[in-house]
Design a protein around this ligand. Structure first.
Ligand SMILES: [Zn+2]
Ligand SMILES: [Zn+2]
Length: 401
C-alpha cells in the first residue's frame, strides 16, 4: 500500500468543479441515448470523443464495446485501475427530466451514465496532473454490468495486464445517500446473485378429484416455506443470505389440476462459502419435499455475480483518502453490506481494491425517500459528480503520489 500524500482537497475539489459543466453535459447526452448489454457503440463513441486530445493509450474491446485508456505518469510506479460502467437497463423512464431517455424501453436507472461522465472528468483532471503521478492510471469504461458479465470479458481481453494492475477503485452512485457523501466498508460490500429455477411435476386431473391426480401446487407452496426454514436454520446469521421466490406459475383455470408448477427466485449471499453451501443443499429440500408428496422436484441454478468483497486494507486506505478529501463528516463507514450485486466482483477477485458509494440524493428529497437505483423515477443530484471526479482523482494521486 502506498503512503497517503497530503492532498490539497480545496484545490482538487476546485479543479473537479471546473469540469462539472462538461461532465453534466456528457452525462445528459449518454442519458438521452441509453444502450443495453455488451454492445454500446454510441456510448463508446461518446467516450472516445470525450477522451480525444488527451495523451492516453486507448484500447477498445473485441467482444464488447469497452474502452480502456491508460495514462502514464511522469515517474515509474504501480498502476491503479479506475472504473466506470456504461450500460443502461431494459425499462421505461418516467422521471420527466428534460434529457430523459429517447430510446423506448431503455433507461439509465443505475447511474452508469454519471459513472462514465465522472470517469472522463477524472481522466481530464489527472491528465493535467500527470507530472504528480509516479505510475499509471488505467481508466476502464465497461459495458454489460447489468447481468452481462462485462468485467469478466474485459479481464479476458487483458484489462489487468500491460501494465499490470496493482489496485482498483470504483464508485457507484446512490440516491439513498446524502449528496456529496462517500461510503464504503472493509470486507463484503455487495452480495452474490444467482437465479433459481424450480419445477415441481405431478399429474394433472380434475380439480374436483385431487385424489386421482398428483397436485403440484400445494407442494410448490410447501417448497417455498421449506426453503425459508432451511435458510434461517442452516446459514450462520452473521453471514447473511437472502432467498426470495419471486415468481410462481402454475395452472390455467379453476377446475383443472395442472401437471407442473414453476418457481423462480434469487439467492443472495456475501461469501462464497455460504453461497456454495446453500446451492448444494437447495436441491435436497426441493427434491425431498416434492418426493414426500409423490411429485418430482427439479432445481436449476443460473449463476450470476459472486460477492463484491473489498480488500480490508485497501478499503481502510480508501476511507482515509476520501475523508482527507471531503472531511470525516461526509465520509461514512458502512456497517453492513447491501444485498445487490455487481460485476466489479470479477476485478476484486483478482486485484486488491474497493468500491465506494457516492451519495447523489436530489436536493428536493430525503435520502430515505429518494427513488433508488433501478427505479424508473430515479434521479440524481448532478452537482455531486464534482465530488465523484475528485474522489477518483484523489485515489489515483494518493496511490501514485
Ligand atoms: Zn444496476
Ligand atoms: Zn450499477
Amino acid at each position: 500500500m502506498s503512503a497517503r500524500i497530503a492532498l490539497d482537497p480545496i484545490r482538487l475539489l476546485a479543479e473537479a468543479r471546473e469540469l462539472l459543466a462538461d461532465t453534466v453535459q456528457l452525462r445528459r447526452r449518454i442519458h438521452a441515448e441509453p444502450e443495453i448489454g455488451l454492445d454500446l457503440p454510441k456510448t463508446q463513441a461518446k467516450v472516445l470523443d470525450a477522451l480525444s486530445g488527451l495523451d492516453l493509450m486507448v484500447e477498445t474491446g473485441e467482444k464488447l464495446s469497452s474502452v480502456v485508456a491508460t495514462l502514464a505518469g511522469d515517474g515509474e510506479g504501480p498502476t491503479i485501475l479506475l472504473r466506470g460502467d456504461m450500460d443502461a437497463l431494459p425499462m421505461t423512464e418516467e422521471t420527466g427530466e428534460t434529457f430523459a431517455s429517447t430510446v423506448p424501453g431503455a433507461m439509465h436507472a443505475c447511474g452508469h451514465d454519471s459513472h462514465v461522465a465522472m470517469l472522463v472528468g477524472a481522466a481530464r483532471l489527472l491528465h493535467e496532473r500527470r507530472h504528480d503521478l509516479r505510475g499509471n492510471v488505467k481508466f476502464m469504461f465497461q459495458p454489460g454490468e447489468e447481468g452481462h458479465h462485462g468485467a469478466k470479458f474485459c479481464i479476458e481481453e487483458g484489462l489487468l495486464e500491460n501494465p499490470t494492475v496493482d489496485a482498483a477503485f470504483a464508485l457507484h452512485i446512490s440516491p439513498n445517500h446524502k449528496s456529496g457523501t462517500l461510503a464504503t466498508k472493509p470486507g463484503p460490500l455487495l452480495a452474490s446473485a444467482d437465479e433459481l429455477y424450480i419445477t415441481v411435476s405431478g399429474q394433472g386431473g380434475h380439480a374436483s378429484a385431487p385424489h386421482l391426480a398428483t397436485d403440484p401446487i400445494p407442494v410448490a407452496c410447501e417448497i417455498v416455506t421449506a426453503l425459508q426454514t432451511h435458510i434461517t436454520r442452516t446459514v450462520n446469521i452473521f453471514e447473511p443470505a437472502v432467498l426470495t421466490i419471486a415468481k410462481i406459475s402454475a395452472g390455467t383455470t379453476d377446475n383443472v389440476i395442472p401437471e407442473q408448477a414453476e418457481l423462480v427466485g434469487t439467492l443472495r449471499t456475501v461469501s462464497d462459502k455460504t453461497r456454495e453451501q446453500v446451492l448444494a443443499s437447495v436441491p435436497r429440500v426441493v427434491e425431498g419435499v416434492a418426493s414426500a408428496h409423490g411429485c418430482r422436484g427439479e432445481f436449476v441454478v443460473e449463476r450470476g455475480y459472486g460477492p463484491t468483497v473489498n480488500d480490508d486494507d485497501f478499503a481502510r486506505y480508501t476511507l482515509d483518502v476520501l475523508s482527507d478529501l471531503v472531511g470525516a463528516e461526509r465520509t461514512v463507514e458502512m456497517t453492513y453490506p447491501a444485498m445487490a450485486a455487481e460485476d466489479w466482483s470479477y476485478v476484486l477477485n483478482r486485484v486488491p481494491g474497493a468500491m465506494a458509494m457516492l451519495g447523489v440524493c436530489p436536493p428536493d428529497l430525503e435520502p430515505s425517500h429518494a427513488h433508488a437505483c433501478h427505479s424508473n423515477h430515479m434521479r440524481i443530484d448532478e452537482d455531486a459528480m464534482a465530488t465523484g471526479i475528485a474522489a477518483h482523482a484523489a485515489m489515483a494521486l494518493s496511490y501514485l503520489g
